[in-house]
Ligand binder design. Structure first.
Ligand code: CTP
Length: 397
């Protein structure tokens, strides 16, 4: 698992609801991502899960009682609110939401939330009728107005036997939202970023297609990095096997033509366009209506796909346009040629023949060449770190 929460201090408040057992997994995932987690449990939460479980997983003492003698080798109780970088209430019941909305601070958790000056996230979970109750709705609206963040529950069957909106949101969503709030640099706030990722698949017949080895990891990392930095992100993705970061608008496409259509529909109001997709240059001239049967040797007639980046370069005005290029020889010369011919602001070139670069890896080795001819070679690093370097350069520009 990635270490994207390394060094981040997360306070987790657990309240009394059956989803308290799921908070154990949330704490475990936050720990695996490198966060330092301290858990506060309400009295009713302890009816569902024991503090020992959270203590073992978080490797920190669990705070249960407002009037426990402080252990000075640990964080003092009262400083918990200022210790944390992010405060997650998970699960958040109607009761804790109501208390905070009404200014009630009568136990350790509600007191600490009230004193917190860091982002407070409520991952709501409760019976669907409770969630629909106008009092709860009003409390949530009030807290949102004051800047508290809510992760809506999912729809589904609930422990109480009903079906509706009330299940704790999925684990990835919760850890993504924590990561979003823990990431302090929001230098892309108010900006629109369009990213393309993954391969395209060009149909031959109903069962076959032409594609390439692109995994989409670089593009998905760029979309996530832009989201973390506050941008409104649209990700146009070819067929890949990656879950996108939370709250990114994803448009799934298959062929280059579909990607072209989706990109042209959203490119005009984008401030930054990052074209990480490995678009197939050719597609079959004709798509067979039925599965092609084997005979002797055969060949498939191909025709050109639109060059999406080239089209964007032609109509570019105030946008920052970033291209990628992947080569097996003459990396710099080819990259410089594409940078010029496609009218890019910069190009991110990677040499497929180097270990740790290219398709499917979590790392990449790239050289960034900008339109002024400045070249920056970047040693092997994670695609997420490279994504941030790319965005740093966009921000500078
Ligand atoms: N690209 C695109 N549409 C295409 C082909 C490529 O938008 N039909 C974009 C890619 O997303 C990438 C850049 O152009 O950002 C360079 O892609 P690459 O495949 O390296 O180069 P090509 O321009 O296709 O040239 P060649 O295949 O001849 O190397």
């Amino acid at each position: 698992m990635d270490k994207t929460l390394n060094g981040i201090k997360v306070a987790v408040g657990v309240t009394g609801c059956i989803a308290a057992y799921k908070a154990v997994e949330v704490v475990s995932r936050l720990k695996k991502k490198g966060a330092d987690v301290r858990v506060v449990m309400t009295k009713s939460a302890r009816e569902f899960v024991g503090p020992l479980t959270f203590g073992t997983i978080s490797k920190n003492k669990v705070i249960c009682d407002m009037f426990e003698l402080p252990d000075y080798s640990e964080v003092e109780h009262i400083s918990m609110a200022s210790w944390a970088d992010v405060f997650l209430v998970c699960p958040a019941t109607a009761n804790i939401i109501g208390k905070v909305a009404s200014g009630i601070a009568d136990d350790f958790l509600s007191t600490t939330i009230m004193a917190a000056k860091v982002p407070v996230i409520f991952a709501a979970a409760m019976n669907n009728n409770m969630y629909d109750n106008p009092i709860v709705r009003e409390n949530i609206a009030k807290l949102k107005k004051y800047g508290y963040c809510f992760i809506d529950p999912d729809e589904g069957s609930l422990a109480c036997g009903t079906v509706g909106k009330g299940r704790l949101a999925d684990y990835d969503k919760i850890t993504d939202v924590v990561e979003y709030h823990a990431y302090k640099n929001k230098d892309l706030l108010g900006k629109k970023v369009l990213v393309t990722a993954g391969p395209t698949a060009e149909k031959i017949d109903p069962v076959r297609f032409i594609s390439n080895h692109s995994s989409g990891k670089m593009g998905y990392a760029a979309a996530k990095a832009a989201k973390l930095r506050g941008a409104q992100v649209t990700l146009i993705s070819g067929p890949v096997n990656i879950k996108p970061f939370t709250d990114i608008d994803v448009i799934y496409v298959n062929s280059a033509q579909e990607m072209y259509d989706a990109v042209t529909a959203s490119s005009d109001d984008a401030d930054i366009i990052i074209k990480a997709a490995a678009v197939a240059d050719y597609k079959p001239l004709n798509i067979a209506e039925h599965k092609i049967k084997k005979t002797g040797d055969m060949s498939i007639a191909l025709t050109r796909n639109p060059d999406i980046l080239n089209e964007l370069g032609k109509k570019k005005q105030n946008q920052i346009l970033v291209g990628f290029c992947m080569e097996t020889k003459d990396l710099i010369a080819n990259a410089e040629k594409k940078l010029k011919s496609k009218n890019l602001d910069f190009i991110v070139a990677n040499d497929l023949s180097r270990e740790g670069a290219g398709f499917k890896t979590d790392t990449n080795i790239v050289t960034i060449i900008d339109k002024k001819g400045q070249k920056t070679s970047i040693d092997m690093m994670s695609k997420e770190d490279i994504a941030h370097i790319i965005l740093d350069k966009c921000v500078q520009m």
